[in-house]
Design a protein around this ligand. Structure first.
Ligand SMILES: Cc1cc2nc3c(=O)[nH]c(=O)nc-3n(C[C@H](O)[C@H](O)[C@H](O)COP(=O)(O)OP(=O)(O)OC[C@H]3O[C@@H](n4cnc5c(N)ncnc54)[C@H](O)[C@@H]3O)c2cc1C
Length: 462
């Protein structure tokens, strides 16, 4: 029967590639997926170290807005592994200062009232001037952010004259947490898009954590689902080049020299890897492809530190504007399966996971130096609670090119999933969809790419 099915070759086994595989087997295609690394999951991958502890590419928060991701998880039976946390954003500052943004269970925009009137840090005047700066957003809704893509968020804030403290203490960690680049670098469009969504849809800013590793609750269930329906998955299979004959993709060349062919090709690679496998002839073929040269990845570092005492009891994500840890969480609180140290139960103490950004200037440091910097930030944020705390273990993961950098003016270069080459499709966080480079974005991009393949196959009479 497989002989009658149209073949799709997926390049890249991150969340976008794995989602596409599932969606394509559901639509009756024969799927083969090639992944370069020994494990699946890409930027949301997780693996056990030699001591039996999970290490992740990075802390992953599940925003309430990612309906497409939750639909997928319901289909593979793992949605219950998302543990929703209290609807509150907590910021920790040097010297042990804190502020929180709570929401009330009221229709938009009233749900944001407590964040404005009782955050415990910003004055009513500061919040009022901030609210005023958002009037164009409130009036024009999602039509407004695209008009601001020529500015960095810092430039936009300067024009709208909202306070420096709000920028430094609230938006700096937000920009760094979202895309690992500061407000002076990130496009205003991104922060305004996110703010508009949080403003319009109350539950969109609620955060969840997986009960355990994404390997167990996302990737393996996706692979098992698709394998049962005939899909083939291969790790340690690097694609070196798309073979383009001037009209169509004729095959892919693997690092081993092997050539594989299919009816349709779906790249689910990050932008820097996609650029590497595109031949010059494809880049010349259409500006759609040469435009991809404008996009690039952002460096980021993920650090875990196990401490011998409980430093933070917060069962939720934490943001910090001071030091090198814009977003982090105590996994010993948020993530039940991660209450381990060297395979033994690890309760009532701290297993922090940090996203360290901006990371460009830190990439050259040794692991020990990076851990020391992070530890200094922890002790500055928790001067009392960290007294006498000892580090029991740490891990460091460097990602030189992670999510694509949403700099001003880049939106125009983000490609659609359907390309000018009739049998080539693109998925991945950098491609055009609502959620930028995120788990929601990866899933949405895969859905759109699969829709494109289904349409094309229909045209071809499949
Ligand atoms: C530290 C960190 C924290 C994050 N936090 C969050 C968060 O809290 N919430 C959120 O929603 N998102 C978060 N993200 C973003 C999210 O992880 C990504 O947007 C998403 O995983 C992207 O998935 P993808 O499939 O598009 O790409 P990738 O995950 O990059 O997958 C691409 C795959 O292609 C493979 N590949 C590359 N080249 C080749 C080749 N030549 N041949 C074959 N295979 C190849 C790679 O090995 C990889 O497995 C975070 C990312 C990082 C790095």
């Amino acid at each position: 029967m497989n002989g009658d099915k149209k073949k799709v070759l997926i390049i890249g086994g991150g969340l976008a590639g794995l989602t596409a595989a599932k969606r394509l087997v559901d639509r009756g295609f024969q799927v083969r997926l090639l992944e370069k690394r020994p494990i699946y999951g890409g930027k949301v991958s997780a693996w056990k170290d030699q001591e039996g502890d999970w290490v992740e590419s990075g802390t992953h928060c599940f925003f309430g807005a990612y309906d497409v991701l939750y639909d997928l998880m319901k289909e593979i039976g793992t949605y219950d592994a998302v543990l929703w946390k209290e609807h509150r954003l907590t910021y920790t500052l040097d010297g042990g200062h804190r502020f929180t943004f709570d929401t009330w269970d009221l229709p938009s925009p009233l749900h944001l009232l407590p964040a404005i009137v009782k955050n415990g840090y910003f004055t009513f005047g500061e919040m009022a001037s901030f609210s005023k700066s958002l009037i164009p957003l409130a009036l024009r809704k999602d039509k407004y952010p695209p008009t601001q893509d020529h500015l960095t968020f810092a430039q936009w804030a300067e024009q709208r004259k909202f306070g420096k403290r709000l920028m430094d203490k609230m938006f700096r960690p937000m920009a760094l947490a979202l895309k690992f680049i500061p407000p002076e670098v990130i496009s205003a469009k991104i922060i305004l898009d996110v703010t508009e969504t949080f403003y319009r849809i109350p539950e969109s800013s609620c955060m969840g954590f997986l009960k355990g590793s994404p390997q167990e609750y996302l990737h393996q269930p996706l692979i098992d689902y698709s394998t049962k329906r005939g899909a083939q998955f291969q790790t340690e299979s690097t694609v070196d080049e798309l073979l383009f004959d001037g009209r169509k993709i004729q095959g892919v060349q693997l690092r081993t020299g092997e050539i594989l062919d299919a009816d349709y090709y779906l790249s689910a690679l990050p932008i820097h890897n996609l650029r590497k496998i595109m031949p010059a002839s494809l880049k010349r073929h259409d500006s759609f492809f040469s435009n991809l040269e404008h996009l690039e990845g952002v460096p980021v570092i993920s650090v875990q530190i196990w401490y011998d005492q409980e430093i933070s009891s917060t069962d939720n994500v934490l943001f910090s504007p001071d030091g090198v840890i814009p977003v982090y969480a105590n996994l010993a609180r948020t993530t039940p399966d991660y209450r381990t140290l060297r395979g033994e139960a690890f309760e009532g103490r701290t297993r922090f996971e940090f996203c360290v950004a901006p990371a460009r200037d830190l990439m050259g440091l040794t692991n020990d130096e990076i851990v020391q910097r992070v530890d200094r930030s922890v002790r500055a944020n928790f001067p009392k609670e960290s007294q006498g705390a000892k580090i029991l273990k740490s891990t460091v993961v460097r990602i030189p090119q992670s999510v694509y950098a949403p700099l001003p003016g880049m939106e125009q270069y983000r490609p659609t999933q359907v390309t000018p080459v009739p049998n080539l499709f693109l998925a991945g966080g950098f491609s055009q969809q609502l959620f930028y480079d995120s788990m929601g974005g990866a899933v949405m991009s895969a859905n759109l790419a699969v829709d494109g393949i289904v349409r094309q196959a229909g045209r071809n009479g499949a």
